[in-house]
Design a protein around this ligand. Structure first.
Ligand code: TPW
Ligand code: MG
Length: 996
């Protein structure tokens, strides 16, 4: 105590905190300020994590199953001394203390104080895949700690006996309330229970007050401390014996042996000791004393010091007082002595006495509150009030010469923060510590958050699909690879994470390749992973099973094609595929995996090291400031500006920014098909209902993530004005001037470009002419009225408009429903009729106008979102992927397929010009009942012949939330050949007979 005071004064001048320790006012430097009544998500600090500290325990691996306080306190010391501590927590909830206050910077300080520097993984030890990871950790661990009630670990099959079988060197430490043996072994224990039961509570407090709990959870902490001691001892023993042992410590044992004189008294007299306040039972004066302002402590251990003390406080006569001559005398008359001393002490403040008594050589010390203690220069000098993860907390109490004791340490982890990395590191290895290509592939995907796979199983990827599913990747098995690929592609579009499609060699690969090519064309991130045959045979064309040079076949159809030729390159292959698929303009990447690589083995640790977690796979690419300025200057000069929103704008997921730009500038906008809903279709600035007028008359066009390809007539006149000028926002510089001169290219990712435009936009800088806005509005009113008439048509058989009018009504109050759409008339008319209100809910044939995407897209959208899907399919379009309704039923997906059944491609009344029995090239089966198909798989079937019937069927199907198919009988004679793009359809110059 005396030393402490001297140190605090000696360091006062040098200290950045100009503090005396004796007054609250001197306490500077903010403590962690609690944020009351909130249970926030634990946010780990950003920035690089401080490295684990090197210490005497560096190299030791601790699996920490402890929770709450006692065990975590002990394992924190292990970590402070260099051990690597992996905290295993319950999935979803984690350590109970994560929800305990006080909170600071989004973290529970209760949790952070005793879990700093640890790694966290959420594992369910009852689930096979998690258990495999756990057992692999056990195989490699030095120490396992747990503080469950005895029996709990046994029930999990994780007793010391069981685990030491797979790792005899394992030190297994159990820290419990009452220990592994004895009648109370399974009793629940909390600190206060143990303080009471150990008698500590009866020894604490003043004689005239009730038994009192010590002001911290000392019984808990004692358990953790002794656990640490036990582990240290067991480590030393293991050096000699080569085997680990079971460390069994208890809070009660630990507290009991801390009772010191409480038990001495009982041992000597047979009577319990009594609580005596702050006094020492055998030394006097050794107590708290009252100065004029506050209490402080004097500890006087012998007669000589007593003499010095009396002189120092100006009461030398007390030394000759018969009541106080010897220590036993003073013990007997402690109360009287205290009164005599306080007569003097109360005349001066504590600060005065601390100095005077200390100078007399008598141990003396202040009584600080916790804020003062934390700011004590001595605490600082010893690195005992450190920073970890941005919060203040007590440091490492065990100092060792030759080892660093840094004042800034790694913080406590968020729940499962290190889960993906740890799962990869402790990937399944066999008993010889080997892993293989299958496992590495699964681990590489999981490490990068690729958690779903769409595919068709078979040689050589069956085990890959099986293992992926076992390891927690969702595997969705399809009937045809093209649909699996389409599902992966749309998943990529919706989530900005590449969708993964798994195919078998040669034919399966080729089936999937269509989807990969389509994804690339549409800018959807996707990875097709395909097994392939033995390279040695394929390359010499020796006729291998499913022989095909797949990588080279894929190249022209994908953004990139890679092959993994060595098992140790799997991590690299996945990393390259992921980054290529996502960065720049997203697209499809092919990854070739020869069967021989999948079943090649590798040392488990080397395998784990070979995996790569891709950092920032989709880096922002902000546009040049001058490009942004040029675009704004140009737009400011426009009289009749128009914004065209493309799929790229929808993909960017900067919906609010795009809306803000459009609304701030007042520029009318035209959404491309899949950008519908980015702003609601009924937005006053939408030109949906007056597209041709808008295109023909705009004098300035701003393309946002929309390419000037065939879908926009290559920017040519007509439909565009010859004099229109163009601004184009695109990630890919080669899109600029691809069809027409672009006056202001803004090359960058859409998110960055939109925010740069918003930041540079001056209020009122851009303003379309009122006459332009009014002309558009007028045209719109006219067209909307005309459309309403079409939609109200209730012919039987139904026309397209009648059917779509019914669907439009049912979907009007269901903005979360995805609309998937393909066909010719079915596609074109549904696009115009069905209003979209939320972004990325309309998915259709896209850039290629491809048929066959319907069921795959519907399944992908449903799997990633869980939302209901309505797939509106031409009868021809449906046929391309119709078998996937079995997939839909097998996975119970809430997808309602509506087949617009007009008996053919475009229409159902085609004529065989040869007059033979065969149907015409555009004819499909008359009167087919597609609803019967889904009955085979237990789905709900409906047959609708008029708009009210269709509306009822759709409402019922959506309400059920189950797979359903509605066959919708459409007049076979009203379709237009090629729908809205008939002009792209070459017609024979020499008549081939009557056209319909
Ligand atoms: C992979 C050519 C464009 S539209 C269409 C075909 C076959 C079908 C139109 O008939 P549907 O619609 O679906 O019954 P509707 O309402 O007009 O009767 N193969 C592929 N993609 C395309 N685009 C085609 C063929 C095509
Ligand atoms: Mg049709």
């Amino acid at each position: 105590m005396a030393m402490e005071v001297r140190m605090s004064e000696a360091t006062r001048d040098k200290s950045a905190q100009p503090a005396s320790v004796h007054g609250r006012a001197s306490v500077v430097g903010p403590p962690n300020r609690p944020e009351p009544d909130r249970v926030p998500e634990h946010k780990p600090p950003s920035g690089p994590e401080p490295q684990r500290v090197a210490g005497p325990f560096s190299g030791l691996l601790v699996i920490d199953l402890t929770h709450v306080l006692n065990g975590p306190f002990g394992t924190t010391i292990l970590g402070d001394l260099g051990a690597r501590v992996i905290k295993i927590e319950r999935p979803g909830h984690g350590d109970d203390t994560r929800t305990f206050g006080p909170f600071f910077m989004g973290q529970s300080l209760y949790f952070s104080f005793v879990n700093r520097g640890k790694e966290s993984i959420a594992l369910n030890l009852k689930a096979e895949a998690d258990r495999a990871v756990f057992l692999n950790m056990v195989r490699q661990a030095d120490i396992l700690t747990e503080n469950f009630r005895p029996g709990a670990m046994d029930r999990l099959g994780c007793s010391f006996g069981e685990l030491s079988k797979i790792n005899p060197r394992l030190i297994y430490a159990s820290s419990t309330g009452f220990g592994q043996t004895g009648p109370l072994r399974t009793f629940p224990a909390y600190d206060t229970i143990v303080q009471g039961m150990s008698s500590l509570m009866s020894l604490t407090g003043f004689p005239d007050g009730p038994p009192t709990r010590v002001g911290t959870s000392v019984s808990d902490l004692v358990g953790g401390t002794f656990m640490f001691c036990g582990i240290a001892a067991a480590l030393y023993a293991r050096e000699k014996t080569g085997v680990g042992c079971h460390v069994d410590v208890s809070m009660l044992d630990g507290t009991f042996c801390f009772l010191e004189q409480g038990l001495m008294h009982y041992a000597a007299t047979g009577k319990p000791a009594e609580r005596i306040g702050n006094r020492h039972p055998y030394m006097t004066p050794f107590d708290t004393f009252e100065a004029s302002d506050r209490q402080f402590v004097i500890c006087c251990g012998n007669d000589h010091l007593f003499g010095e003390l009396c002189k120092a406080i100006g009461r030398p006569e007390l030394t000759v007082d018969a009541r106080f001559l010897t220590d036993p005398d003073r013990n007997k008359n402690a109360a009287a002595l205290k009164i005599e001393m306080e007569v003097a002490l109360k005349r001066q403040p504590a600060e005065h006495w601390l100095k005077v008594i200390h100078e007399a050589g008598v141990p003396v010390g202040p009584i600080l509150d916790s804020a003062e203690a934390a700011e004590l220069p001595q605490i600082k000098a010893r690195n005992m009030w450190i920073e970890a993860g941005g919060v203040k907390m007590p440091g490492n109490p065990v100092k060792l010469s030759g080892y660093d004791d840094p004042p800034v340490r790694a913080g406590a982890p968020a729940l499962d923060q290190h889960g993906p990395a740890l799962r990869a590191e402790f990937a399944a290895v066999d008993s010889a510590g080997l892993t293989d290509g299958f496992h590495l592939m699964v681990d590489a995907l999981k490490l990068n958050g690729l958690d779903t796979m769409y595919g068709v199983a078979g040689i050589p990827v069956t085990d890959l699909a099986r293992l992926a599913q076992a390891e927690g990747i969702r595997y969705v098995g399809f009937r045809h690879e093209q649909s699996a690929g389409n599902a992966a592609a749309i998943a990529g579009y919706l989530t900005r994470k590449p969708g993964v499609c798994l195919t078998v060699s040669a034919p399966g690969f080729l089936n999937g390749l269509t989807a990969l090519a389509n994804a690339t064309t549409n800018g959807f991130p996707m990875i097709q992973i395909s097994g392939s045959s033995d390279r040695a045979k394929v390359d010499l064309q020796r006729g291998a099973y499913e022989e095909l040079d797949q990588m080279n076949a894929a190249k022209p159809f994908a953004k990139a094609a890679y092959r993994v030729d060595r098992v140790e390159d799997i991590g690299l292959g996945v990393a390259r595929a992921l980054r290529t698929a996502l960065s720049g303009r997203p697209g499809g990447v092919y990854l070739d995996l020869p069967g021989s690589v999948l079943n090649a083995t590798l040392d488990g640790r080397a395998g784990a090291r070979s995996l790569i977690r891709v950092v920032d796979p989709e880096p922002r690419q902000p546009p040049a400031p001058e490009a942004v300025q040029r675009a704004l200057d140009l737009l400011a000069r426009a009289e009749r500006p128009l914004i065209v929103l493309g799929k790229g704008a929808a993909y960017a997921q900067v919906d609010a920014g795009i809306r803000e730009f459009i609304e701030k500038t007042g520029i009318p906008f035209q959404p491309m098909s899949m950008a519908k809903g980015l702003l609601p279709d009924d937005h006053p600035q939408s030109t949906m209902a007056t597209r041709s007028y808008a295109l023909a008359n705009a004098d300035m066009v701003m393309l946002v993530g929309a390419r000037l390809n065939w879908l926009l007539a290559h920017g040519e006149s007509p439909p565009w004005s010859r004099d229109a000028r163009f601004v184009q926002l695109d990630i890919d510089p080669t899109e600029i001037d691809s069809n027409r001169a672009i006056d202001a290219p803004v090359v960058g990712d859409i998110a960055s470009s939109v925010s740069a435009l918003l930041a540079a936009l001056a209020p009122g800088q851009i303003k379309p002419r009122a006459s332009w806005v009014e002309a558009l509005a007028q045209k719109k009113r006219h067209n909307v009225e005309r459309m309403a008439q079409h939609l109200a048509a209730k012919h039987t058989p139904m026309g397209f408009f009648g059917a779509l009018g019914a669907i439009k009504e049912v979907l009007a109050d269901k903005p979360d429903v995805f609309v998937v759409n393909e066909g010719a008339n079915t596609l074109d008319l549904a696009r115009d009729v069905l209003e979209m209100r939320t972004p990325r809910k309309r998915i259709d044939s896209g850039t290629w106008g491809v048929m066959g995407i319907g069921m795959g897209y519907a399944i992908g959208a449903s799997v990633v979102s869980g939302n209901p899907v309505v797939a509106i399919e031409g009868d021809s379009a449906f046929g391309f992927s119709g078998m996937e309704i079995e997939t839909i039923c097998r996975y119970h997906l809430p997808i309602v397929t509506v087949v617009f059944n007009n008996g053919g491609i475009y229409r159902g009344d085609g004529v065989n010009l040869a007059g033979g029995a065969d149907p015409s090239p555009t004819t499909l089966m008359r009167g087919a009942r597609y609803d019967k198909l889904i009955e085979a798989f237990g789905g709900a079937s409906y047959y609708a012949v008029d708009p009210p019937g269709l509306a009822n069927a759709l409402s019922a199907a959506l309400a059920a939330g189950e797979p359903a198919l509605i066959d919708c009988a459409i007049d076979p004679s009203i379709g237009t050949e090629s729908g809205h793009i008939g002009k792209l359809n070459p017609r024979s110059a020499v008549s081939v007979g009557p056209h319909v």
